[in-house]
Design a binder for this molecule. Structure first.
Ligand code: FAD
Length: 487
């Protein structure tokens, strides 16, 4: 009988793919062939609000992967599933029709996905005597493995980071890579070749780009596939030395822009870190080595930490805040504020610049993500889940763990004027994204309504602030205090 690797939207690659490798090894024990499958569900794209940019990026990456696997005579079947509830049946039929004895897949840690896997595994086992193996692939250190002194999983980042670095220093094999799968025997696989033939599915109407120009621009910004991702990594490693000093300054654009490759598993985190270590002359990733490398790896450790939190606080992937008391907050129903936030016309230049970047590039610099989220939830006092959803609907790199945890509500209110003065000191980023302000001189660009004369301001054609910062900061603090106390 044959062996199946089931790709999901977090492991779209053949390189250093743990479950795919295990499946390939399993084939060697028997007489069968290796088949692969991806369930394509337009309803899932709806459910998660997946953006056109991410939907297209995923599909393009699947197209590239299918052709790479085709060169090795490994079929990749892209199986359409109409309704979300039909996935179990889709896997069961595939296994039945293709004489599968073993199914391999990599863990997805969100509640719905874990439930789906349990259900599929139970049916496959009970009805078809098929065994299912799930492997950890998304992180270097398995979620849950880093513990506190008292034995529970770590929930605080700083000690987690310290332990993570120690784990890796003690056990460099954590970065060992597994090889891509071996090819199938041409003859043996012949009768399954039809599985990977045919056109790729079309994206639903509302997941398409506005027009060809937008499609071209986004594809240029985010070229699909593993090789494009590795090329981007190489370009980034040549300038990683500047990362520590400039990573918070959006005008420098000095971060890696690798996030979509990580969130779709197009790059393996181990492959990236192994290559980074080599570039770093094998030094450890702590502060004793290159500062840029240490600062970058710290961000990747955030990504690992957030996966650990997703596992240990399951309600976080079910539309609830980690701190459940925040679910008691009475949010404001400010439709005008919401529309202004979405379109980057709040009258706060730093916030508007960030929102215009996401609308244009399907990506936003981290410093801006922090500012626009704080502005939406604290100053506009709009439910953070609307912002979370907007990000999903626009980002090319949407990732449930990073997004929900980035949006976790808190008492911290960012001041977007002082944030801009500190992180965009020349106003370059603001002027790039808010062209109404491109000729505004000096510090007025950070708060034109307050810093220019009435006549000068009116000439710009730029809106006055939708809300007053100090007043709304005080409102949020008071609201959170009362509503959390009553929770
Ligand atoms: P780099 O600075 O080059 O960092 C390298 C990698 O580390 C990133 O690609 C990412 O995988 C990881 N990383 C970096 N910063 C963070 C962070 N703060 N938290 C967790 N991982 C991080 N990231 C997503 O990948 N998808 C999201 O949907 C997402 N939503 C966010 C929402 C909010 C409100 C906030 C504040 C942050 C969010 N982030 C998200 C985290 C971060 O902003 C992006 O990962 C980062 O901006 C991507 O750019 P980069 O690849 O150039 O990052």
């Amino acid at each position: 009988r044959n062996v199946l690797h089931w790709f999901r939207s977090k492991d779209v690659r053949q390189e250093d793919n743990r479950a795919l490798h295990a499946a390939s090894q399993k084939v060697k024990e028997g007489k069968g062939v290796l088949l692969t499958m991806y369930l394509y569900s337009p309803r899932d794209l709806e459910w998660h609000g997946t953006s056109p940019a991410r939907s297209d990026f995923l599909l393009e990456s699947l197209r590239i992967l299918r052709s790479q696997l085709h060169d090795k005579d490994i079929p990749l079947a892209i199986v359409p599933v109409e309704e979300r509830g039909q996935k179990t049946e889709a896997v069961l039929s595939f296994a039945r029709e293709n004489d599968i004895s073993h199914v391999f897949a990599n863990f997805e840690y969100e509640v719905d996905e874990l439930r789906r896997d349990l259900k599929v595994a139970r049916h496959l086992h009970d009805e078809q005597d098929v065994s299912v193996e799930l492997l950890h692939d998304q992180t270097v250190v398995e979620p849950g493995a880093i513990k506190t002194g008292s034995g529970g999983p770590a929930k605080v980042f700083t000690p987690y980071h310290k332990s993570w670095l120690a784990e890796l220093a003690n056990d460099p094999s954590l970065l060992d890579l597994v090889p891509p799968p071996d090819g199938n025997d041409k003859k043996a696989v012949e009768k399954y070749n039809h599985l990977s033939e045919g056109e790729l599915p079309k994206l639903p109407e509302n997941k398409q780009f506005k027009d060809e120009d937008e499609k071209k621009k986004i594809r240029e910004l985010w070229p699909a596939g593993h090789d494009a991702g590795m090329k981007r990594l190489e370009e980034f490693l040549n300038r990683i030395g500047d990362y520590a000093a400039t990573r918070s300054q959006p005008a420098h654009d000095s971060t890696s822009r690798l996030s979509p490759y990580f969130s779709s598993g197009i790059l393996s985190i181990r492959e990236v870190l192994a290559r980074t270590k080599q570039h770093n002359k094998n030094a450890n990733f702590d502060s004793s080595g290159d500062a840029g490398v240490a600062a970058w790896v710290r961000e990747l450790v955030f990504r690992e930490f957030y996966r650990q939190i997703t596992c240990i606080i399951p309600h976080n992937s079910m539309n609830l805040p980690q701190n459940l008391k925040f679910d008691n907050v009475q949010w404001e129903d400010d439709e005008e504020g919401w529309k202004k936030w979405c379109s980057g016309t709040t009258g706060v230049p730093f916030v508007d610049a960030g929102m215009r970047q996401i609308n244009a590039e399907a990506w936003m610099h981290n410093r801006l993500r922090m500012n626009v989220s704080s502005y939406l939830t604290c100053n506009l006092l709009i439910d953070y889940r609307r912002g979370e959803r907007f990000f999903a609907e626009h980002l090319v790199d949407w990732d449930l763990s990073n997004n929900t945890q980035g949006w976790e509500p808190s008492y911290t209110v960012f001041n977007p004027v002082s944030q801009a003065e500190k992180n965009d000191p020349d106003g370059e980023y603001i002027r790039k994204w808010v062209p109404e302000l491109k000729d505004v001189k000096g510090k007025a660009v950070f708060a034109p309504h307050a810093r220019l004369s009435k006549a000068e301001f009116e000439k710009l054609g730029y809106p006055a602030p939708h809300v007053d910062f100090a007043e709304t900061k005080a409102r949020a603090t008071a609201r959170f205090k009362t509503d959390l106390a009553n929770a």
